[in-house]
Design a protein around this ligand. Sequence first.
Ligand SMILES: C[S@@+](CC[C@H](N)C(=O)[O-])C[C@H]1O[C@@H](n2cnc3c(N)ncnc32)[C@H](O)[C@@H]1O
Length: 234
Amino acid sequence: MKKVIEYYNTIAKEHDNIYKHLKYMRVVEFKVLRNEVKKEDLILDVGCGTGKHLLYLKDYSILGLDISIEMAKIAKNKTGKFIIVGDVQYLPFKSNSFTCVISFFGALNHTEIHKALKEIRRILVKGGVFIFTLANLYYIKWIIKSLLRKGWKNTVKAIKKKRGYITRIVDGKIIRVGTKFYTLKEIKNLLKRYNFHIKYTFGTNITNSPLDILIYKTFFKYFGGYIGAVAIKK
Ligand SMILES: C[S@@+](CC[C@H](N)C(=O)[O-])C[C@H]1O[C@@H](n2cnc3c(N)ncnc32)[C@H](O)[C@@H]1O
């Protein structure tokens, strides 16, 4: 976890600027939230980062949790919401405390997914909703780029590994963080294992254009940069 914390502490100030091009990923995430979150919900944003979703849901009862103190500070300043610095794998909340947990844009890709899901399930009430996205192993843009740059063999090898690094240059320094990738099939199996009912699955950053708003729940979701679900604790 030390490496993850270091990575996000280092990129915290640049984070929003680095990812500002992912406009339609946000449009789809916000659409899902608009459709699924209820006014009376008590919501936890796991891996809230700089607070994009806290701000979008500013009129709701919501708090953020992030492992990086620098990300948490930005979220706090931006939103005025209560932010806890902590690890999703060891959530500092009583069981059955929240009616909704959200986690977007890959916070869970850096964790031991079984620990994270167990914890999220524990803090949700029965009937509570879990809305999230994870980085997709079959992200089509990445596959095409990799085929062109590295060829067939290396691309297949990378896919088989199911893990890799996100690399960035900040202040002339190269920093990177390990990340795992998931398929929609794996996500569905994980949710079933932790006894969630899957309301629907979806994809974000498929084309990063307005088209995504029309296709985020269709077959094309399998090839988005991020894949996720709206799931209900049974
Ligand atoms: C790519 S950012 C996404 C932030 C935000 N959800 C968004 O959509 O902009 C991933 C965030 O997850 C946080 N994170 C990574 N591992 C975590 C963990 N084990 N527990 C809590 N937060 C974690 C990172 O510090 C980072 O802020």
